[in-house]
Write a protein of this length. Structure first.
Length: 403
């Protein structure tokens, strides 16, 4: 095989540089499915009671992970198995009863305004497929066991969103005022009393040019966005990590500086182990190149010897995925996989498959994605305090018994 080009991803180089430097509702809100989980498993929290507990891992009352063996091969991740990650308690469920009355303020434009979702629906419409992924997806593989949910692969899903393009909305309001460098989105969660709002609020800034592909979405996978995933209105920025896709969005402002909210100034920063977060450190913005195997999942009954369809997903927030290779011997030898299903766009994931004949024995199966610009998914993780941005193929491998 021709030797791969060296890693050219700017975001990863920044990561390497950093690394080198060092529920009152009671039982009434719980779904019957939540009690069908294995003994000792946590039940589904009320805000996610509609989900399929048998295909999820419940980490806490705010975090749910999709099981590796629950991902299908049709491209879109069902809402009932899509992971959930909340920084604050969800708003009251009543906010999704009549989505069209939810208000949002748009500032930093020539003609700032308050609009409701009903207004937005008259101003434009677009649909985008994009991977929604938590910044800490893969954290469970880190040796230092940093705080936070110990995600493996399931804090990600390929999703379909509909809403008004930010670019069209901004044009309708006269354009972005001069000198603005960031697009800052603010969530509508209720701040607990007695706390400094800036210490806990969900407010994220991204480069203002992200407006070009962002949408204010009111629909997820063909239905109104449920409360669990940010309904009635969510900022969607294709290719960016989930924290930037602000839920229950109440305000979008184009600003000269990044917000000084803690979640931006110190949170979601890539930093050496043991160091505190600071604005000078890389922020979790664009997603890096990644793939992982979804079948065989490695945690179920032994696979029957003979022909096996090895499949998985590959995606990137930067240069689009061009190819995927699969290894059944832990990375010693690689084989070209083929894509299956429709190409849903540069920010959606691609399902891939490789048919292999496996004799009885033990196998270590993994994958690596290759981007249009020649970047190759790396072998190893980049060590960092919060376990962010893990895309190393070695940790993501599955150990499979064949009988």
């Amino acid at each position: 095989m021709e030797q791969m080009k060296p890693d050219v991803d700017v975001y990863r180089r920044r990561l390497l540089a950093v690394g080198a430097g060092g529920a009152a509702a009671g039982l009434a809100g719980w779904s019957p499915a939540s009690f069908a989980q294995a003994a000792g498993a946590k039940p589904l929290p009320p805000f996610a009671a509609f989900k399929d507990a048998s295909r999820l891992i419940v980490h806490s009352s705010k975090t749910l992970e999709t099981r590796r063996d629950a991902f299908g091969t049709s491209g879109i991740t069902d809402t009932d198995i899509l992971f959930a990650r909340n920084n604050l308690e969800t708003p009251d469920a009543s906010v999704t009863a009549n989505p069209d009355v939810w208000e949002i303020e748009i500032d930093g434009v020539t003609n700032p305004r308050k609009l409701n979702v009903g207004d937005l629906k008259r101003m434009g419409l677009a649909t985008v497929s994009t991977v929604l992924q938590c910044s800490g997806n893969g954290r469970g593989f880190f040796a230092h066991k940093t705080s936070g949910s110990q995600w493996k692969v399931g804090a990600a899903g390929n999703t379909l969103w509909s809403g008004v393009p930010m670019k069209a909305l901004v044009e309708e309001l006269g354009g972005v005022r001069g000198g603005m460098r960031y697009m800052t989105s603010t969530g509508g969660e209720t701040i607990p009393p007695g706390l400094d709002p800036k210490s806990v609020m969900v407010e994220r800034s991204v480069p203002w040019t992200a407006m070009e592909e962002a949408i204010l979405a009111w629909e997820l996978n063909g239905r109104p966005i449920p409360l669990a995933h940010g309904g009635p209105l969510r900022m969607i920025i294709p290719g960016y990590y989930g924290v930037n896709n602000v839920k229950y969005v109440k305000r979008v402002a184009f600003t000269v500086e990044e917000t000084n909210a803690h979640i931006q100034s110190a949170g979601y920063r890539v930093r050496p182990i043991g160091e505190k977060g600071a604005p000078t450190q890389p922020s979790m913005w664009e997603m890096n190149l990644k793939s992982f195997i979804t079948h065989p999942a490695g945690d179920s009954a032994p696979v029957r010897a003979g022909l096996v369809q090895v499949h998985g997903v590959a995606f990137s927030g930067g240069s689009p995925v061009n190819a995927v290779e699969v290894s059944i011997d832990g990375g010693k030898n690689w084989h070209a996989a083929r894509f299956i299903g429709p190409n849903l766009g540069r920010y959606a994931w691609r399902d891939f498959v490789l048919p292999v004949r496996l004799a009885p024995g033990s196998y270590v199966i993994t994958s690596r994605a290759i981007a249009d610009d020649g970047e190759v998914q790396p072998e190893l993780r980049v060590e960092n305090h919060r376990g962010y941005g893990h895309n190393g193929w070695r940790d993501h491998a599955v150990k499979v018994a064949v009988s």
